[in-house]
Ligand binder design. Sequence first.
Ligand code: DSN
Length: 423
Amino acid sequence: MPDATPFWGPDFDALAAEDPEIAEVILGELERLRSGLQLIASENFTSPAVLAALGSTLSNKYAEGYPGRRYYGGCAVVDDAEQIGIERAKALFGADHANLQPHSGASANIAAYGAFMKPGETVLAMSLPHGGHLTHGTKVSFSGKWFNAVHYGVDARTEDIDYDQVRDLAREHRPRMIICGGSAIPRLIDFTAFRAIADEVGAILMVDAAHFIGLVAGGAIPSPVPHADVVTFTTHKVLRGPRGGMILCKGEHAAAIDKAVFPMMQGGPLMHAVAAKAVALRECASPEYQQYAREVIANARALTQGLIDQGMRAVTGGTDTHLALLDLQGLGVTGTDAEARCDAAGIVLNKNAIPNDPRPASVASGIRVGTPAVTTQGMGIAQMATIAELIGTAVRDEDGTAGPEVRAAVTALVTEFPAYPRG
Ligand code: DSN
């Protein structure tokens, strides 16, 4: 093995010597992660191995194209990284084809539209205020500007996806593509029902699995892969990889997906990120990760119950996944106020609209919480009960008097269960 130092892996001393200003920012963010409770449902703590791949010289390489078919010389080494990642993704998810190049979840979704749709064609997807995503046809996104987006939502009584409405809208509008998945859906999605609806109207079925793919990777919830034409996702949520996107698809769509990622939507892939995705996929195949995925859900259920006990209403009554959506109207607190009060006490979560929210999204009546990060820290059911009490206290803390006490309890928790333990 050649000596890798100092050119491989994050070399913090070198950065601190050359650019103390940015080094301070990086240390500040590390301190923020270590000192607070991170409950944003879409965030997690990557492993040192993933961070090392991200900080590697693979960042230097231009590699437009795919392994064995590049537009630049010198790609043999990065070809190996991408091919290893592709094989790991196919094996982990039982997929015919994998593309590791999308720079983000939005990029992956843009490519899926590019592969299957022409401008002006119709897409049927979940509405953003009911739990969908910006790229699923909202007016401010390319998806709503370039395509005719029709939206389904949740049933008013169950607050779960209204499958009858999905079928009725599909029959009426004959969409070219149907999307399921989103960013605030606490319940499992019935992929069999979506497949049947897509087949009935001759639509492509796209599953945006960004939020829950890590639970699928860990074998903790059913997989969309056997049902969908294409599955898009981010690699940095429960999956615990680097920031980035990925696409899985049926073999018959492989060429269309690859062409849509490059050259249609992207140029050179970020090879350091591709290598880091490969590292994360290997980690996901371990028994430890499978156990982690189950614990994420158990923790989410315990946290949700604790928050219900604090007087919040869980949208859909609970959760089957890593996240929960809590309606705060019964407490007379807005999502914005709850987010700010928790933040002041070292608890990081986000305000979130609830289905049929009477308030604008910028204020919102709810909060969204997720357990991927705290579970990575090793916290379990007992800690979820404590966290729920702390959130309950912080959310009600109108004048900030309880802040120091909550902050002290947060410090005790993160000292016992550190994120990125100090050396
Ligand atoms: N921004 C992500 C989330 O927090 O759910 C979705 O893209």
